[in-house]
Every structure is written in structure tokens, then in C-alpha cells.
Design a protein around this ligand. Structure first.
Ligand code: URP
Ligand code: ZN
Ligand code: ZN
Ligand code: ZN
Length: 444
């Protein structure tokens, strides 16, 4: 059956321009964008006067249905995507985790998991070990499977981490394939050593995750800066572009800034938690309250978030992800006696659009067009899906959201759509952002 929709009278926003116009959609594709479109009786008409009509959010960084640190994330491809849609995100890119190091087996597993999907998604490939077999499998990913972004881990010693020698080989492989190398940049050896010391000192609670070194308060941010600089130098050495995921600290951001100024192709992705939260929660005496904020790299002391916001507004950092990786309280409780066993990850797929609007647009740090760029268009460009996604224009997918700047609601685990029983943004406020062209609002 053909569905026809006219979104009338809203302010249509793209990454570099906005105008009051109507948007006409047929069968999930945008057919026309211009003022005063006339249609017949068979068309559903939505009045968007006073609202913003924008490309749906694209979250470049999620972990749905992932096995991690002895637990499985609580949101699968259905609940995670329902949460995304409820919050104005209409596409996400998830990380395939290899099975016993095999990319092909990993992809097969994720193709099954993602069968419950209710919106568009893409995949990056995480690389959890490096050898000749993996190198060959990377060719298959790029040439046959349409996956050309690979995440390497400089942290998680003993599981995902690979050393510099292998990282250099992996970057060379990316270069030869024209693929994009992504890094989780933390000095994994030093983080491991720091965590050991905390346990020896008897600091077993979530605050140990932030400290991870007795000498300097919040030392771990320096280990992120160090690894970011090292990854940038290694990628520069083989002349391949680099995408730094979840940039959490001033230290890491400054390395990206320096690299970009010197002409290197480095992309920096802050995540919502790093932009708006601070580490004070990790000292909460209630274990679960604190443990829900444990992710890696750790959320930093107040001040880092503000600096990351400024970097985003100036273009030093380019797009916002979430690293949505949710565990419920019982799963977080696995680390009750040792913070190293707390499954790492926070929610955000549902809250990203709201929080970026409220902290960046409402405060005047970025324009409405920049909002579209950092939440949608830039991601579409980097991962080669623009202008099918990330734009409101004839021929693009009708992944459209309508944002009401005059609305306001409170974010809460009681009303969110994630299956998690907690929300790290409890009590924060957002604006309604609905996705009327995607067959909803069944998800609300
Ligand atoms: O704590 C986090 N970030 N969990 C997800 C895995 C990762 O490193 O992105
Ligand atoms: Zn990571
Ligand atoms: Zn992640
Ligand atoms: Zn709802």
C-alpha cells in the first residue's frame, strides 16, 4: 500500500540552510521540498507550523545485543531502536563483535540479532585480535559486505586490546582498502596497572574506575590523551584517516585539535555522556547509583564536558554519538566487590537528540543548522550514506523528525523505552522529537 504524507508549514532544516517549506513524502522517500505544495484527499497532512522539520538523528556509535564483560546488553535491536525512534534518532551504526576473533562469524551473528530491527542501521566492525586471517576477512568486509569502518582497541587489556605493532599493521591494511580506522584510545597497559593499584589500596568501588592511579586525581584522562596522540601519530605515519570514538577528555580533544590544525585527517566523536555529565556520580555512596555511570573511557571531572562542547561548537570535534551500551542494575551489581567487574556502558540512544538540543542549541553554542550537522549529516557524510540519509531533499529517505522547540518533558527511567531499569540522564529535560514518516508512533 502506498503511503503519502505532507508535512506542512514547518521550518525545514539542513546542515547549511533552513527555510519554511512543505515536505511531500511517498512510500518512505521524499518527493518534494518547497513552499505551498498542493495535494489530493488521499494524502495525510501534518501541520508543522512553529516546528523544525529535520533529518532524523543518526547515532554513529551503539552497542545493541552485545556480549561484554560477562553480560549481555539489555537493549537488543528491537528495544534499542524503539528507544531511538522515540527520541528522534532514525538510524544507528552498531559495532559487530567478532566471534573468537572471526569477523565473518561475528557478522553472521549480528545479521541474526538485527533481524528484529524496526529502523535502518549500519555496521562497523570491531577488531578484537589481529592476524593474517583477520586481515583477509577485512578484505571480504570491504569488498563484499559493505562494511568499511573498523574499530581497534588500545584498551581492555587481556581481551580486545591490540599492541602498537599490530595497530600499525591494521592501519596499513585500512589504508590499502580505503577503509576508515577507528580507535578506542586509552593506554590499556597503564589503565590495567592503575586499576591493580586501586584494588591493592582497597579502593574497590566505582570511584576507583575514575581514579585508577593513586598519585594524581583523575589520572586516567592523561592515559586517554597519550593513546589519542599515539594513534594519531601511527595513522599519520601510514597516511590513513583516523576516527577517534568516544572522546572524553580535554587531553584527547587537544591532541585531535593539534592534528587537524597540522592537516591530518582526524575525526573526533564526543558522546553525550562525555558532553553533559561529570564524574561526581562515581563517588555516590550508593553502589548502583555510582555503577550506572561506569563506562570507558571514564566520564571525567566537571569542566571536561564544557570543553568538549566548545570543541564541538568550533568544529574541532565533528559529530555526536552515544556509545549506547546498557546494563540493568543486576548486571551492574556484578562489580559490587570490584569496580573492574562492573559492565562498562551507559544509555543514550533515546536521549542524544534531546540533550544536544538542550545543552548546545538552547544555550546558543550552536545554530539549528549545526545541530542537524552534528547529529545527522556529518555522520551520513563520513560513512558514505549522504544524501540518502542526513538531508531533507527530493530523493532522500523520509527519515524525518519534527522537533517542537516549545515542548518540554522530563527524561526518566520510568518513561523511557530502553529496557534498562536506570537512566544516567534521570531528571534532565528534552523537547519532543517525533518521526511521523516512519510508520509510528507505535513506539511511543
Ligand atoms: O564503556 C563502554 N564504552 N562500553 C562499550 C564498549 C566500548 O568501548 O565502546
Ligand atoms: Zn570503546
Ligand atoms: Zn562503544
Ligand atoms: Zn513513550
Amino acid at each position: 500500500s502506498s503511503t503519502k504524507l505532507l508535512i506542512k508549514g514547518g521550518t525545514v532544516v539542513n546542515a547549511h540552510e533552513m527555510e519554511v517549506a512543505d515536505v511531500y513524502v511517498e512510500d518512505g522517500i521524499i518527493v518534494a521540498v518547497r513552499p505551498n505544495i498542493k495535494v489530493g484527499d488521499d494524502v495525510t497532512v501534518l501541520d508543522a507550523t512553529g516546528k523544525f522539520v529535520m533529518p532524523g538523528g543518526i547515532d554513529p556509535h551503539t552497542h545493541l545485543d552485545m556480549e561484554f564483560m560477562g553480560s549481555g546488553t539489555i537493549d537488543d535491536f528491537f528495544s534499542g531502536q524503539a528507544a531511538a525512534l522515540a527520541g528522534g534518532t532514525t538510524m544507528h551504526i552498531d559495532f559487530v563483535i567478532p566471534v573468537n576473533g572471526s569477523l565473518l562469524s561475528g557478522l553472521e551473528a549480528y545479521e541474526k540479532k538485527s533481524k528484529k530491527s524496526c529502523m535502518d542501521y549500519g555496521f562497523h566492525m570491531a577488531i578484537t585480535k589481529w592476524d593474517e586471517v583477520v586481515s583477509k576477512e577485512m578484505e571480504i568486509m570491504v569488498n563484499e559486505k559493505g562494511i568499511n569502518s573498523f574499530k581497534f582497541f588500545m584498551a581492555y587489556k587481556g581481551s580486545f586490546m591490540i599492541n602498537d605493532e599490530l595497530l600499525l599493521q591494521a592501519f596499513k591494511k585500512c589504508k590499502s582498502l580505503g577503509a576508515l580506522a577507528m580507535v578506542h584510545a586509552e593506554n590499556g597497559d597503564a589503565v590495567y596497572e592503575g586499576q591493580r593499584r586501586m584494588i591493592e589500596l582497597g579502593i574497590t568501588g566505582p570511584e576507583g574506575h575514575a581514579l585508577s592511579s593513586p598519585q594524581w586525581l583523575n589520572f586516567r584522562k592523561r592515559l586517554e590523551g597519550e593513546a589519542t596522540a599515539r594513534a594519531i601519530k601511527l595513522a599519520g605515519f601510514v597516511n590513513t584517516p583516523l576516527y577517534v570514538v568516544h572522546v572524553m577528555s580535554i587531553d584527547a580533544m587537544e591532541e585531535i585539535s593539534k592534528a587537524r590544525k597540522s592537516g591530518l585527517k582526524v575525526i573526533g566523536e564526543p558522546v553525550v555522556s562525555g558532553l553533559v555529565l561529570n564524574d561526581s556520580w562515581l563517588w555516590d555512596p550508593d553502589f548502583i547509583t555510582a555503577a550506572k555511570y561506569v563506562m570507558s573511557p571514564p566520564i571525567r571531572a566537571a569542566g571536561h564536558g564544557k570543553a568538549l562542547q566548545a570543541a564541538l561548537s568550533m568544529g574541532t570535534l565533528q559529530l555526536v554519538g552515544t556509545d549506547h551500551c546498557t546494563f540493568n542494575s543486576t548486571q551492574k551489581a556484578l562489580g559490587i566487590d570490584d569496580f573492574q567487574k562492573i559492565p562498562n556502558g551507559v544509555n543514550g540512544i533515546e536521549e542524544r537528540m534531546h540533550l544536544v538540543w538542550d545543552t548546545m542549541v538552547e544555550s546558543g553554542q550552536i545554530s539549528v543548522t549545526d545541530y542537524v550537522r552534528v547529529t545527522s549529516t556529518e555522520c551520513a557524510r563520513i560513512f558514505n550514506i549522504y544524501p540518502r540519509k542526513g538531508a531533507i531533499r527530493a530523493g532522500s529517505d523520509a527519515d524525518i523528525i519534527i522537533l517542537n522547540p516549545n515542548s518540554s518533558f522530563e527524561i526518566s527511567a520510568k518513561s523511557h523505552h530502553s529496557r534498562s531499569d536506570t537512566n544516567v540522564y534521570e531528571g534532565w529535560r528534552g523537547k519532543e522529537a517525533t518521526a511521523p514518516s516512519l510508520g509510528g508512533p507505535w513506539w511511543l
